[in-house]
Design a protein around this ligand. Sequence first.
Ligand code: R5P
Length: 266
Amino acid sequence: MDWGMQNRISQIIKPKTGRTVMLAVDHGYFLGPTTRLEDPKKTIEPLIDYADALMPTRGGLRNCVDAKTSTPIVLRVSGGNSIISEELSREGITTSVEEALRLNVAAMAMSIYVGSKYEHQTLMNLADLCDKAQRYGMPVVAVTAVGKDMVRDARYLSLCCRIAAEMGAMIVKTYHTDGFDKVVEGCPVPLVVAGGKKMETELDVFEVVSSAIQDGAVGVDMGRNIWQNDHPVAMIKAVRAVVHEDYTPKEALDLYKAQEKEDGNN
Ligand code: R5P
């Protein structure tokens, strides 16, 4: 692998543990001002130092993230629809590789929608972006987006993740599911898991993260289950402990509770 590509990936997946906690804050690109991300700057500020990488859009980055940060950026570069559109899968590439280089990011991220109406378009977007990004040693993170009525089982996610890797993605972001070890087995590049909608309890979150790690994921790219929590700093610290230190879900919960007291309202 080229030095630049390797160096960028190492900024995201920490060489010491081979794992990563990415903080996703890109939701506004189709959801608008999502709950607890209404003012991204306020949400991001207390959390950014605990994230191994931050995933915003270019507008989110320029307007809401301090340029002096040392946290690597994984830039969301696909979009073109909204939560009220008829067809969420109709995405295009919204940000060029040149702009990503100007913003000094560590990777570019985009969604593919396997099995949806615009499957072909999104897969060609990925192939094209990988071609362009490769020229500059820029890794592409493929996000396997799932349509509203689609089943997120291991068979389907294996299909999505493998296709993403075959198209040239260097990291794939997907969802955790039963039989996730099979998804990992079929995907030759590192996998990170999204959190999805806020889960009922903190323990549920730690269980998903722990299972994903045990099954072979290299980490998480999580948003709502961190910053929609009443104690987001405690939450990200506990998620880090599961990802980087193999804390059990119960140990992570104890850490969360201890941090919750220490950190007050953060
Ligand atoms: C979709 O809105 C984005 O790609 C998010 O970055 C992704 O879904 C991860 O965030 P969450 O953990 O909130 O699902």
